[in-house]
Design a protein around this ligand. Structure first.
Ligand code: GLU
Length: 509
């Protein structure tokens, strides 16, 4: 394969939707898989839709996902500038080339004239194209003198692409969809340069992809209808076009239609990588980062929305995925987003990273809540709790980890706590009092000896022991937890637990 150079080319018109992040990810993976270059190009020629802060948001969100570009506004590179607003001279030159070749023309029709044509055509749709341009006010129909006079008088005009006169089938190979064909007669004569002298998306995109030596254009399916025009533009310039690959849409959880911002609001899940505050309204939209997702989990979830390794595996780091990524394994049909699955990826990544990886983060979260756990305590807590949560902060929400329980599951108490239970626990407390080294193993051994000596079953004592220490019926190993609490606190909780539970039982009678 020739040098692989791919680009992610967002317009800074707002935050990056997770579909956009997936496009960036697939480009990044493709570059990594082929030892290529990943470029970030900012397509900011549409001044009307420019949103303050959007470019910085895009860069920060990509950095959080670990998808920083090799070339772009920040890292620089030899094919810059990487903001389209700084490349105007190149677009002017390109447009002039097409005008000189007779493959583009100047159109003087005013917005009012075009509106009138649209109205007159209703209910049909008026199109400025090979069939109509011969009757309109452009440099193909007006004489050279008139064109010169109009220009001299400062009349505004747009430059339009001259689609082929004779209808033909425009065909190209899409790396995901296979051979794709369009009839050129359905294409209109798209504006390449607007009256304000700024290029449109189509012109700037093609000119930049050529000059930046882009080998593969990997982008969302919504750009598929533009691809034939782009193929014709490359031909008009006499350039080879890059390989096109149009990614499937990300669908709503119901599978009906494209996932939107509103679906996130309705379903209570973010559609943006990080929080976004609209600079005009001040409204903030939630992001995966702020909801506690690990970037690795978010990226893994996006990876599997449209790609698969050909077998059942689902858990990948970006580096692992880069070794296997290929466009052939990207699906053609829409990929349905499932918020529960997103959470599942988070759980898996949290666990698979192991306790050690989270010690510092948990220490920070604890400190913020006024709990001072040292590194060893954080590790113990993580060993007990990592399997039981999806997000680290949930650990600190588990009240009994940091203080004796104040709430007891009364229903459980009534069902499981018998008249003799408190007596068993008091006796157990005495046994535990004598344990010199209060480790999990020693507590467990003493506990088992106690059961054996008293001919009691595990269930008769272990669940009440758990209720006394935590107030709840489920959780980590109570031997681990007792060792974490230490002898003094374990015995204090046992005594207090028995007291509160007896009060609950008395009240229930
Ligand atoms: N600026 C376009 C966008 O916002 C880029 C499309 C493309 O990749 O060609 O999606």
């Amino acid at each position: 394969m020739t040098d692989v150079r791919v680009r992610f080319a967002p317009s800074p018109t707002g935050p990056l939707h997770m579909g956009g992040v997936r496009t960036a990810l697939y480009n990044w993976l493709f570059a990594r898989a082929h030892g290529g270059t990943f470029i970030l190009r900012i397509e900011d020629t549409d001044q009307g839709r420019f949103v303050e802060g959007a470019e910085a948001y895009i860069e920060e969100a990509l950095a959080w996902c670990g998808l920083s570009p090799d070339e772009g506004v920040r890292p620089g590179g030899e094919f810059g500038p990487y903001r389209q607003s700084e490349r105007s001279a190149m677009y002017r030159e390109a447009v002039q080339e097409l005008l000189d070749k007779g493959l583009a023309y100047e159109a003087f029709d005013t917005p009012e004239e075009l509106d009138a044509l649209r109205k007159a055509a209703e209910p049909d749709v008026f199109q400025y194209d090979a069939a109509t341009r011969g009757q309109l006010r452009n440099s193909l129909t007006l004489g050279a003198e008139e064109v010169a006079a109009l220009k001299a008088s400062g009349a505004p005009y747009a430059v339009r692409f001259k689609t082929p006169d004779a209808a033909e089938e425009v065909r190209f190979e899409d790396a995901i969809r296979g051979s794709v064909g369009f009839q050129s007669s359905v294409l209109d004569d798209k504006v390449l340069m607007k009256a304000d002298g700024l290029p449109t998306y189509h012109l700037a995109n093609v000119v930049d992809d050529h000059h930046m030596r882009i080998s593969h254009v990997i982008r969302g399916e919504e750009w598929l209808p533009s691809a034939p025009l782009h193929v014709l533009l490359y031909r008009a310039f006499g350039w080879d076009h890059p390989v096109f690959a149009h990614l499937p849409l990300i669908l709503k959880p119901t599978g009906n239609g494209k996932l939107s911002k509103r679906d996130g609001d309705a379903g209570g899940f973010p559609v943006f990588p990080t929080n976004w505050t609209d600079p005009k309204s001040g409204d903030t939209w939630p992001g995966y980062r702020e909801q506690g997702y690990a970037p690795e989990a978010f990226v893994n979830m996006l990876l599997m929305l449209g790609w698969n390794p050909g077998d059942e595996r689902e858990l990948f780091t970006a580096e692992e995925a880069a070794k296997e990524f290929s466009l052939e394994r990207v699906v053609k049909s829409g990929a349905r987003f499932n918020p529960d699955k997103a959470k599942w990826f988070q759980e898996q990544h949290l666990r698979n990273a192991g306790s050690e990886a989270h010690v510092n983060a948990l220490g920070g979260l604890a400190q913020a809540k006024g709990v001072s756990w040292d590194a060893a305590q954080c590790k113990d807590v993580l060993d007990m709790m990592l399997e039981r949560v999806a997000f680290l902060p949930e650990i600190l929400d588990t009240g009994w980890l940091t203080a004796a329980p104040t709430e007891f599951n009364a229903k459980l108490v009534r069902k499981k706590w018998k008249d003799e239970t408190s007596g068993y626990l008091n006796d157990l407390a005495q046994v535990l009092e004598g344990v010199a080294e209060f480790t999990s193993e020693n507590v467990e051994a003493e506990f088992k000896d106690f059961l054996e000596a008293r001919e009691l079953g595990f269930g008769q004592v272990l669940l009440p022991f758990r209720i006394a220490l935590t107030g709840e019926g489920g959780g980590p190993s109570m031997f681990d937890f007792a060792a974490f609490l230490g002898k003094e606190e374990t015995l204090a909780r046992l005594a207090q637990g028995i007291e509160v539970v007896e009060a609950i039982r008395a009240a229930g009678e």
